[in-house]
Ligand binder design. Structure first.
Ligand code: G6Q
Length: 541
């Protein structure tokens, strides 16, 4: 039995320390400690983290690191890297770190080295991607593949879509990539309406190959292809699968030669660097994909080897605990100052909320403390013109991660300076705000002053990389993966299962036949659900 979190010495010390820190303003912390802006920073895997604009002192960090030690975070990290079955509720190893370990390394699950299989799949993916990109792989009618549609949902969708958008400037511009997740037929229709089936490849991405949304969309895709190309044989040239379920793939009619596998020790939300990343590799090529894996691996190595006080994921995870459990912050904002990272907050939403949205600890006890925060965000500067108002002057504390890149993501260096000026200004405004005295000095009319006061003391992490590249994207995703890991280890929860998702997967199945127009079902739900189903049946046309 793990010691209950709230009874640990480090937790109690943090509680006492919090009572002091809570009253301190970042203005005071900076005034008393002029070096903190350079001292409270760390670097790893090409990423720079400035955490000085957090409501912490050196003592806070020492106490948080002591908490990590007392909770055995680093021992659990080592257990994960060595292939132990740390996902106890599913009795599985958690080895996404093996997906990006270089050739020649060895990582064993139950005494079996998994690395030869990992690289065998990567080699097959690279060969396939090379054939499609070069035009050697042709569609059923002999046309070159120009369009790729990834059909998958959740962990089999968010990573590939996020990565494609982020790395579009590295992608083959002669090919179009789309992503279909939603079971709403409108999603498939919208993604394919301007496509020629003869030039379109579907990548059916599903770990289980049973997920209702994905299997429904895959069937629709097959009908759409056959309606245009006429023959069953077309499936072979226009469908490939990414899955762990060989039997399911065969049953669907995809040749297992065109199936790319992965393993039960890869969680869905940790799978964008497995074969689930096939669409990413088709877009940016095998070299680009390997570069992304190298970025992931560099952060893995940093997490394993950097001393705790300079360990980026460890520090970020602990800061999340600090706000979540001591300040009572309910949410964490992630604002990438990079338009190509538009889907990064959504990606992190799943990574964090599915991993740490748990209410029971590893011993099966209901936790008596808050676990995973709500993650949300939009790219800067867009968010500044909508919800930042609440961050600056509302009543809620919202710690934010602000992410930026030193080199422009477009030919316009000037625009990039404007973007980054906004990032730096927002971090400054959130920390230091605007006092009544400053406003008066600036000529603010007295009647307006109280409304214009911005209290400040809003904490931020600044994450900077030199450029948005496959490598830095990989490092950034791994940074958040290991921060999520750190939080889960402190809370002593299983960050790698998802029983709530499994529940959702079965609920709709009972209602589907009740919506069948030809049936007269006896409804046995609650009165609200019964009424909603009846209304829908009567009005759907
Ligand atoms: C991820 C979750 C979930 C999963 C989807 C798709 O960690 O388990 O988001 O990825 O439900 O599942 P399949 O890949 O099996 O279709």
């Amino acid at each position: 039995m793990t010691q209950p979190l709230l009874e640990t010495a480090a937790w109690k010390a943090l509680q006492a320390h919090f009572a002091e820190i809570e009253k301190k303003h970042l203005r005071e912390l900076f005034a008393d400690d002029p070096d903190r802006g350079t001292r409270l920073a760390a670097e790893g895997a090409g990423l720079f983290l400035d955490y000085s604009k957090n409501r912490v002192t050196d003592e806070t960090i020492t106490l948080l690191l002591r908490l990590a030690e007392e909770r055995g975070v680093l021992a659990r990290r080592d257990a994960m890297f060595s292939g132990e079955r740390i996902n106890i509720t599913e009795n599985r190893a958690v080895l996404h770190v093996a997906l990006r370990a270089p050739k020649g390394s060895s990582i064993a699950v139950d005494g079996q080295d998994v690395m030869p299989d990992v690289h065998a799949v990567l080699d097959r993916m690279a060969a396939f991607a090379g054939r499609v990109r070069s035009g050697e792989w042709l569609g059923h009618t002999g046309k070159r593949i120009r369009n790729v549609v990834n059909i998958g949902i959740g962990g089999s969708y968010l990573g590939p879509e996020m990565a494609y958008r982020a790395l579009r400037s590295f992608a083959d511009p002669s090919m179009v990539f789309r992503f279909v997740a939603n079971i709403d037929g409108a999603a498939f229709h919208e993604a394919t309406q301007d496509f020629d089936a003869a030039e379109t490849l579907f990548v059916i991405s599903s770990k289980t190959f049973t997920t209702l949304e994905t299997m429904t969309n895959a069937d629709v895709a097959r009908q759409w292809t056959l309606a245009a190309l006429g023959q069953d044989a077309a499936v072979e040239k226009h469908f490939v699968a990414v899955s762990t379920n060989e039997a399911g793939v065969k049953k669907f009619g995809i040749d297992v030669e065109n199936m790319f596998g992965f393993w039960d020790w890869v969680g869905g939300r940790y799978s964008m660097d497995s074969a689930i990343g096939l669409s990413t590799m088709l877009a940016i090529g095998a070299d680009g994909f390997y570069d992304m894996l190298a970025g992931f691996h560099a952060m893995d190595t940093h997490f394993r080897e950097a001393p705790p006080e300079r360990n980026l994921p460890l520090l970020m995870g602990l800061l999340t605990i600090w706000y979540n459990n001591f300040f009572g912050a309910q949410t964490l904002g992630v604002m990438p100052y990079a338009a190509p990272l538009a889907r990064f907050p959504a990606y992190l939403q799943q990574l964090q909320m599915e991993s740490n949205g748990k209410h029971v600890d590893l011993d099966g006890r209901v936790v008596g403390y808050q676990t995973g925060p709500i993650i949300w965000g939009e790219p800067g500067t867009d968010g500044q013109h909508s919800f930042y108002q609440l961050i600056h002057q509302g009543t809620k504390l919202i710690p934010c991660d602000l992410i930026g890149f030193c080199r422009p993501m477009s030919p316009s260096a000037h625009q990039h300076d404007l973007l980054m000026a906004n990032l730096f200004a927002q971090a400054e405004a959130m920390a230091f705000g605007k006092t009544a005295v400053e406003l008066t000095q600036e000529g603010s009319p007295d009647f307006q002053t109280p409304f214009r006061v911005a209290e400040g003391n809003r904490p931020t992490n600044l994450i900077l990389a030199d450029a948005l590249t496959p490598h830095s994207l990989g490092a950034m995703v791994a940074l958040y993966e290991h921060s999520v890991f750190t939080q889960g280890a402190i809370w002593a929860i299983d960050s790698f299962d998802q029983w709530g998702v499994e529940l959702g997967k079965v609920l709709a199945v009972r209602i589907i036949p009740e919506l069948d127009p030809g049936s007269e079902p006896q409804l046995h739900h609650d009165s609200s659900t019964n009424a909603a189903i009846r209304r829908y049946r009567a009005r759907r046309g």
